[in-house]
Write a new protein. Structure first.
Length: 66
């Protein structure tokens, strides 16, 4: 999914949905790091992508709370 489209989808979600997405993304990041540590991860660039998605979610949450 393109980042601009992903960002638009995030902006259309409620705070509760964003918090749920944030928890899911953090769980995914934990799993990816665990797989990387045990040399089971093939696509290491996915870690960077998930980190950026977490930052996008946090940014939208902060903007909606103001």
């Amino acid at each position: 999914m393109k980042s601009k489209q992903y960002l638009e989808d995030l902006r259309n979600k409620s705070v509760e949905e964003l918090n749920a997405d944030l928890v899911a993304a953090k769980k995914e990041l934990f799993n990816l790091r665990f797989q990387n540590a045990t040399n089971q991860l093939d696509n290491t660039s996915r870690i960077k992508e998930v980190k950026r998605n977490i930052a996008r979610i946090k940014t939208v949450l902060t903007a909606q709370q103001q």
